[in-house]
Design a protein around this ligand. Structure first.
Ligand code: ADP
Ligand code: ZN
Length: 520
């Protein structure tokens, strides 16, 4: 822990430069850690104040802090803000003219620059590497660090090269920051940046003001308009998968009297930026967009986020819905779900490598399960990020609807036994095949049809057992292997349960989609 002297220096600096009186959440602990020159891993939800964690120590340390950031627009924003506060910050990227770039380089060499933002692409340029080799660097901050992982929702291959380049420049403390990271992505980031020793500062992802709901996609346009009319004149984002769909839905909303504009990467940039500004300035209520929209959008009063098409992963979904309710007020996140969307997404990747296709398949399975499940949505989402919550949120669609439940003691015991008998080397599908007595190729080739649990649950179907296993994961009786998320292992809690089982209620999942339709 920092001495009182350091603590008061930090506070003075916070007040002097940023005008804030207090640190938020883990900020002070993180900054102290960085000032001690240690590798640091910061996981904090969007809007919680990650930037300050590296900006403040950069000002206090000798030399220049390098900030690697994936988006040129964000970079400019941050640099403008810092300059307005009187901080010497600059960026190096492809938008600078030769003379501007030269000036930035000189100032960095002279040690004037406290923060230098660079895009990963610029970092790979030889003359920039030479420049950084000659400069005095205080530390390296890697923003949006989840881009390093193929298991994240925003994988960028150039992020994989970062560590190698840093090593070529010298030996510096690394600060990795991200707003989303499942345990798997976290492990990936640390491994890739060779910072397994880093202290992790993890903030809760719980957002009590977000109300989640999922509806089966039947007549999506009508469903959308009904939903938006409930939030008339409020700001909202509607995410669609394709550019074509974005245009079509925006047009449909306009015809129906809703002040909506499209946004996607295929639009001319002036029009796209104009639409973004219109949304930020309240000249338009609803933006219909592809997921290209939103990174770095700081609009506090977004009252709803609709996923018109199923998102590609739960991680992306949480990030996208997290753009609602930054001001802390009640906000609504609605997804229209159809198993067809999942098949479409799988087809998008049909030409990719086997590993990539498998990754996509697993992420989409999680997505489908989330939609189909009758377990509290908030609890499911937080569980996905490794945060186990004991209680249901009380305000998602699943919490507000009464679901049939049953005592799952015996079923949990069977599931645990099946995982153990298959030597904790398989995933959900295989375990369900064993329990239901389904002779898949894998089951027969591993002779798993000779196990005691083979067919022990044949009175129910695969979906039923998948639900038992997923709920057992949410209740921490079992969990995914960190190195290989396709594998399920029994946890300590699961082993204890096996020794002394107790009654526990699981909810019955929806009979998709008929039952859900009846509810809506
Ligand atoms: P993130 O990068 O985590 O999404 P930002 O760094 O953009 O979040 O911070 C979100 C907002 O919170 C910014 O407007 C920032 O100025 C403000 N902020 C950060 N730290 C503090 C603090 N200690 N006190 C008050 N406001 C803060
Ligand atoms: Zn809930």
């Amino acid at each position: 822990m920092a001495s009182t002297k350091v603590q008061s220096q930090l506070k003075d600096k916070l007040k002097e430069v940023f005008g804030y009186n207090q640190f938020r959440g883990n900020q002070e602990k993180i900054i102290t850690h960085i000032l001690e020159g240690k590798n640091t891993f910061v996981i904090m939800p969007t809007g919680a104040g990650k930037s300050l964690c590296y900006q403040l120590p950069a000002m206090m340390k000798e030399g220049t802090a390098i900030v690697i950031s994936p988006l040129i627009a964000l970079m400019k924003n941050q640099v403008d803000q810092l300059q307005a506060l009187g901080v010497h910050a600059s960026f190096l990227n492809s938008t600078l003219s030769k003379s501007e770039a030269n000036r930035v380089k000189e100032e960095t060499l002279e040690g004037k620059t406290k923060l230098l933002y660079v895009a990963p692409e610029s970092l790979t340029k030889e003359d920039n590497i030479q420049l950084l080799k000659k400069s005095k660097i205080s530390f390296i901050a890697i923003d949006e660090a989840h881009c390093i992982s193929e298991w994240g929702h925003d994988f960028r291959p150039e992020y994989r090269k970062i560590k190698q380049i840093i090593e070529a420049i010298g030996d510096f403390p690394i600060i990795a920051l991200t707003a989303t990271a499942t345990p798997k992505v976290r492990a990936d980031i640390q491994k890739n940046l060779k910072m397994e020793d880093a202290n992790i500062f993890l903030s809760s992802f719980h957002r009590d003001n977000l109300y989640y709901e999922v509806h089966p996609k039947k007549d999506p346009k009508v469903q959308l308009i009904k939903f938006i009319r409930k939030h008339q004149n409020k700001s909202g984002i509607v995410y669609c998968l394709s550019r074509k769909k974005v245009e079509e839905v925006a047009e449909f909303l306009r015809i129906n009297g809703i002040n909506a504009l499209p946004y996607h990467a295929g639009m001319e940039s002036s029009v796209r930026m104009g639409n973004q500004d219109a949304f930020l300035n309240e000249d338009c209520d609803v933006v219909v967009a592809t997921i290209a929209f939103g990174m770095g959008i700081d609009k506090p009063d977004v009252r709803f986020v609709v996923h018109y098409d199923a998102p590609k992963s739960l991680e992306g979904y949480y990030q996208e819905t997290g753009r609602a309710g930054r001001d802390g007020l009640e906000s609504f996140c609605m997804m229209l779900f159809s198993p067809d969307d999942i098949s479409k997404l799988e087809k998008f990747h049909k030409d990719k490598s086997v590993t990539e296709r498998e990754n996509v398949h697993i992420l989409l399975q999680e997505m489908s399960y989330y939609a189909n499940s009758s377990v509290c949505r908030t609890r499911q989402l937080l569980h996905y990020f490794g945060e186990d919550v004991e209680h249901n949120c009380g305000h998602c669609d699943n919490c507000k609807t009464k679901h049939a439940s049953f005592n799952a003691k015996e079923q949990i015991l069977i599931a645990i036994q099946a995982v153990q008998e298959t030597e904790e080397r398989f995933g959900i599908e295989h375990i369900c095949n064993v329990i239901t007595g389904t002779k898949s190729d894998y089951v027969t080739s591993y002779h798993h049809d000779e196990l005691e649990t083979f067919g022990k649950g044949s009175d129910h179907d695969i979906q039923y057992w998948e639900s038992i296993i997923r709920q057992s994961m949410i209740n921490s009786f079992m969990g995914k292997d960190v190195d290989n998320v396709t594998i399920i292992k029994v946890s300590e809690k699961g082993k204890k349960f096996q020794k002394s089982p107790f009654d526990i209620d699981y909810t019955q999942d929806y009979q998709w989609p008929s039952e859900l339709e009846a509810l809506n």
